[in-house]
Write a protein that binds this ligand. Structure first.
Ligand code: 13P
Length: 251
């Protein structure tokens, strides 16, 4: 891990959790208050319906919050969508854009993801831009080419250096219990870092690159120790305070 970058451990609750789930945030807050200060920024991205109530519990413990998606426009006639300013208004500081589940379920293209990231930046949010190859693409030896192409097209052309985060999430590792080999993560995160530096110079060197896909207490220490892995984007294991705290503590 690059020592100059403060790591980020981000929980993505996906479409899980009603108000009952906020008890887990209370448990996590208690653990964080009782233990040594975390070596990472701790972020939870709950369903947008829970953001305001979550912040009341999370903020005093230093946990920040984020959305899971935003519309590329800042407002307008888009029934059912949520804009980046609405998320910011509820206290969110981050927003995930381009998660593979949205790319698959809603046909989101990298160009749309770049527009969403631009809306996030314009609203003062840090976009967490997700990229990742499918199993077929990895088998075909295309993983690095696919991910670097997604990266090139998903970062706004006019990105001017406000904070962004990249999350590498191999699609086949999400929710499956499968993870890439350590060497595969080393190779991919190095390729992402080189792509960012080639395009953005020193700014690219400071971007946090998260790994996501079946990160658990049992594998977090090994994955988080890899060079250019600056934290994790955690799905299932972020739903339980004990598991999420164990991952935070693995740093
Ligand atoms: P899992 O940790 O459940 O595999 O999900 C990863 C993910 O998609 C986070 O965005």
């Amino acid at each position: 891990m690059t020592t100059a970058i403060t790591p980020l451990i981000a929980g993505n609750w996906k479409m899980n959790g009603t108000s009952v789930a906020l008890a887990e945030v209370g448990r996590l807050a208690e653990r964080l208050r009782a233990g040594a200060p975390p070596r990472a920024t701790v972020l939870i991205c709950p369903p947008a319906t829970l953001l305001a109530d979550l912040n009341r519990i999370a903020a005093p413990a230093g946990i920040v919050s984020g959305g899971q998606d935003c519309h590329p426009a800042l407002s307008g006639a888009h029934t059912g969508d949520i804009s980046a300013p609405m998320l910011a208004d509820l206290g969110a500081q981050y927003v995930i854009v381009g998660h593979s589940e949205r790319r698959a379920d809603h046909g989101e293209t990298s160009a749309l993801v770049a527009d969403k990231a631009r809306a996030a930046l314009a609203s003062g949010l840090v976009p967490i831009i997700c990229v990742g190859e499918t199993e077929a693409e990895r088998r075909a030896g295309q993983a690095v080419a696919v991910v670097t192409a997604q990266l090139a097209a998903s970062i706004p052309e006019d990105w001017a250096g406000h904070s962004i985060v990249i999350a590498y999430e191999p699609v086949w590792a999400i929710g499956t219990g499968l993870t890439p080999t350590t060497q595969d993560i080393i190779d991919m995160h190095r390729a992402v870092r080189m792509t960012l530096e080639a395009r953005f110079g020193a700014r690219g060197a400071g971007v946090r690159i998260l790994y996501g896909g079946s990160m658990k207490p049992a594998n977090a220490r090994e994955i988080l120790a890899i060079e250019h892995v600056n934290g994790g984007l955690v799905g299932g294991a972020s739903l339980l305070a004990s598991d999420f705290y164990a991952i935070i503590s693995a740093l």
